[in-house]
Design a protein around this ligand. Structure first.
Ligand SMILES: *Cc1c(COP(=O)(O)O)cnc(C)c1O
Length: 398
């Protein structure tokens, strides 16, 4: 028998418990302090080249660019600031597809059915603009295979987009090998790496990736800022999606949001320094949580157990008589399916795409762990879930 969960928080736990770091993260206090400086004192426009206010802002933007580039092995000139990864994905896909079409290249694009909506909906828009898109169906483990990818290639394939780490189930796609396949055939390869940055080591010196999307707010930086890595390649000039003053080499106009940018830079630098230590700590906590849940009857892990970031545990539970488990975890912030879909009652399209039944998908809980997660919290959550599930089973059979 397991001890029932306490009715008030045990030592070291305050309510509500946040286990939704996959949806967003708090801004690290160190990051917030630096951002404040650039809102008040150091408010210059980085494009003002005739005075010290502008120079100071320009230097800060350059430093942040180096910090973001540094986390992923990119060159300074390969980082383009955007308003977030949604915009990065739009710029990468529309910018490439339209640029290549105007060069008379093909019109076939490849992606995966479990991508983030910012990729899927962009692909649907491109379909309406006359491109052909193949949506690969991953296996039950959430992964696509190289054979499957190879089989989808056509002579007119120009662009492929595969996310590094899935936001709902945390699985890691074989990006290095897919990059090799694309490079051999001259196919532009885009990777949404929002859920990978700061969680696993990324080295764009060795990866054959042309475009990579990042967001600050999944890495303890502010919301509303992101970046697109654009590999230096004179043969590919992305078509801008926002026109104006020609900032960011003409790829993305608009006055640079200096405070957001320094925040993203600092957050990425911090993530690099913490990567190994934090990853090991979070892996131990995630494994402890799974050990506390996996023996409950009818529990299923969603997504590959092996090729997975430490920060994610997505589990389907049998429904209780009072509804889904997620609806009964009062004081515990988790995601049922994905944040983007949690307003709708529809089961997660990601879980359906990997072959889960609507019932199993609807009863999934995504626990996503992060920098603030403690062992006391994990133990409380495991005990609470056990209590809800075992009480329900006991009542059912009484
Ligand atoms: C959060 C997320 C996005 C969107 O990023 P925003 O900066 O919020 O626009 C894109 N892709 C993935 C995988 C994400 O997790």
């Amino acid at each position: 028998m397991n001890a029932p969960a306490p009715c008030c928080p045990p030592a070291g736990v305050t309510f509500p418990i946040y286990l939704d770091y996959g949806a967003t993260t708090p801004v690290d206090p160190q990051v917030a302090r630096i951002m404040c400086d650039f809102l008040t004192d150091k408010f210059g426009n980085a494009a003002s080249s005739s005075h010290a206010f502008g120079w100071e802002a320009r230097r800060a933007v350059d430093k942040a660019r180096a910090q973001v580039a540094g986390l992923v092995g990119a060159q300074l000139g390969e980082i383009v600031w955007t308003s977030g990864a949604t915009e990065s994905n739009n710029l990468a896909l529309k910018g490439t597809a339209h640029a290549l079409r105007s060069q008379g290249r093909g019109k076939h694009l490849i992606t995966v059915a479990t991508e983030h909506k910012a990729v899927l909906d962009t692909m649907h828009t491109l379909e309406r603009a006359g491109f052909d898109v193949t949506f690969l169906q991953p296996g039950a483990d959430g992964l696509i295979t190289l054979d499957q990818f190879r089989a989808a290639l056509r002579p007119d394939t120009i662009l492929a987009s595969v996310m590094y780490v899935n936001n709902e189930i945390g699985v890691i796609q074989p990006i290095a090998a897919l990059g090799e396949l694309c490079a051999e055939r001259g196919i532009v390869f885009h990777v949404d790496a929002v859920q990978a940055a700061g969680k696993i080591a990324i080295d764009l010196q060795t990866l054959k990736v042309d475009l990579m999307s990042f967001s600050a707010h999944k890495v303890y930086g502010p919301k509303g800022i992101g970046a697109l890595y654009v590999r230096h390649n004179p043969a590919l000039k992305l078509e801008a999606q926002i026109d104006g003053g020609g900032h960011e080499n003409g790829m993305r106009s608009g006055t640079l949001a200096t405070h957001q940018i320094v925040g993203m830079g600092e957050a990425f630098a911090l993530a690099g320094r913490l990567l190994d230590e934090e990853g090991a700590r979070i892996r131990a906590l995630r494994d402890r949580l799974w050990a506390g849940l996996s023996d409950l009857p009818g529990v299923q892990l969603n997504g590959c157990a092996l090729h997975r970031v430490p920060h994610n545990l997505n589990v389907s539970f049998p429904p209780t008589r009072y509804g889904t488990l997620a609806s009964q975890l009062l004081g515990i912030a988790v995601s049922a399916g994905s944040a983007c879909n949690s307003a709708a009652a529809a089961p997660s399209f990601v879980l359906l795409a990997i072959g889960r039944s609507p019932e199993v998908a609807r009863n999934a809980v995504r626990f996503s762990l992060g920098r603030g997660t403690t062992q006391a919290e994990i133990d409380y959550v495991a005990a609470t879930v056990r209590q809800v599930m075992t009480l329900d089973a006991a009542e059912l059979h009484s």
